[in-house]
Design a protein around this ligand. Structure first.
Ligand code: GLT
Ligand code: MN
Ligand code: MN
Length: 396
């Protein structure tokens, strides 16, 4: 009997990993790598074997920063062959605008205009690579877009340059006739002291100030929202409500720590449960229809086998949570509590759904007794316990 929680693209699973995730060799700021680098073609083979659907990449995960055009073309050809051999797709591509020392003061927000120009040109090459590999989404994570000291520049200048660079790139993509979407990824800090546009909410507003807002959405990451103690579920919910969830970075994180990028579901299981419930739409709202991408890496203690245990764990936990979320939403007791709480026997809700003279009159006529309203229980303790019991496998 196949294990129902083992991932399989044939049964519709759309799991993706970055080359940099399973390819992470375990280096940290205090020590060098602890396992060998896995060549991209081997990562493709490993991911296919593990049941993933696709692989994402930065330009420099595949093509070294200083590769010649001939070397580049050869690497791309080998990679394409591996994708074809193993039936994997590349839905998303991104550009490394953070590793090279040229980006030490930012890429699109660097004080030096020549650096900003270099960053835009590198992003164009990264996008070209993505298009060549079939990507439809381009992620921008502005890890270096920030400061250690606000003496460096007024953040309004930084934001203005950020906007100019993204507008330039959107214009160029349109000019090329490519149907691409940009997904902007927020993070509050690390590697910069403060990174501009610290949360998905900041990003959502910034997008509306761009020249082509329809091309741009967000790529929220669990770790980046949880580092400062914010709710990933609310970040994703706001993005979905705005039609802006263009991509997602799934992982796990403990509040207040450095960016841990842990195996999905391995911390804050309850947060992961409500996130999966939202993404899958088991609660009734439309589901997210993009790839379920993991931006995480194995513990530094792991050898290469441990890396594949890590990858399987991300996907299995996601699938297990889908089943738990579906069971929670199908539970008659859960439905009964939610229906009771959301019932509107006096038809009050519609009065608030638009200002006009008749709604205003209806609002003024309502007899509303705050003391009696304040005595109604909501049964959230029971509801949450039901969620926990489904999560812990005590109800099905
Ligand atoms: C880097 C970062 C991630 C981003 C990647 C995309 S690069 O690994 O920590 O959060 O999503 O640029
Ligand atoms: Mn990320
Ligand atoms: Mn991260």
């Amino acid at each position: 009997m196949p294990d129902p929680f083992d991932p399989s693209p044939d049964s519709g699973d759309r799991f993706t990993f970055g080359l940099w995730t399973v390819g992470n060799p375990g280096a940290d700021p205090f020590g060098p790598r602890t396992r060998p680098r896995i060549p991209p073609t081997e990562i493709v083979a490993g991911l296919a074997k593990a049941g993933a659907w696709g692989v994402n990449l930065h330009d420099n995960d595949l093509v070294p920063f200083d590769a010649s055009p001939t070397e580049r073309d050869l690497l791309v050809k080998e990679f394409q062959q591996a994708l074809a051999d193993h039936g994997l797709v590349v839905p998303m591509a991104t550009t490394n605008l953070f590793s090279h020392p040229v980006f030490r003061d930012g890429a699109f927000t660097a004080s030096d205009a020549a650096v900003r120009a270099f960053a835009v040109r590198k992003a164009m090459k990264g996008i070209e690579l993505g298009v060549e590999l079939g990507a439809s989404t381009v992620v921008f994570w502005g890890g270096r877009e920030g400061v250690e000291t606000d003496a460096a520049r007024d953040c309004r200048d930084g934001l203005g340059w950020y906007r100019e660079c993204l507008d330039f790139l959107c214009g160029w993509v349109k000019d090329q006739g490519w149907d691409l979407k940009f997904a902007l990824e927020a993070k509050p800090n690390e590697p910069r002291g403060d990174i501009y546009l610290a949360t998905t909410g900041h990003m959502l507003h910034f997008i509306e100030t761009l020249e082509h807002p329809e091309m741009c959405g967000v790529n929220p990451e669990v770790a980046h929202e949880n580092m400062p103690g914010l709710s990933m579920v609310h970040a994703v919910g706001q993005a979905m409500e705005a039609g802006k969830l263009f991509h997602i970075d799934l992982n796990a994180q403990r509040i207040g720590r450095y960016d841990q990028d842990l195996r999905f579901g391995s911390e804050d299981l309850k947060g992961a449960f409500f996130l999966v419930r939202m993404l899958e739409g088991t609660c009734g709202h439309p589901a997210y229809d993009g790839p379920r991408h993991f931006d995480a890496h194995a513990y530094r203690t792991e050898d290469v086998d441990g890396v594949w245990d890590f990858a399987a764990g991300c996907m299995r936990s996601y699938k297990i949570l889908v089943a738990r979320a579906a069971a929670f939403d199908a539970d008659p007791e859960v439905q009964e509590i939610l229906e009771h709480n959301h019932a509107d026997p006096d038809g009050i809700g519609p009065i608030l759904a638009g200002f006009n003279a008749s709604n205003l009159a209806a609002l003024e006529e309502l007899v509303l007794d705050p003391d009696s309203l304040a005595t109604r229980g909501h049964r959230y303790e029971r509801l949450d316990q039901l969620a926990m019991e489904h999560l812990m496998g005590a109800r099905s």
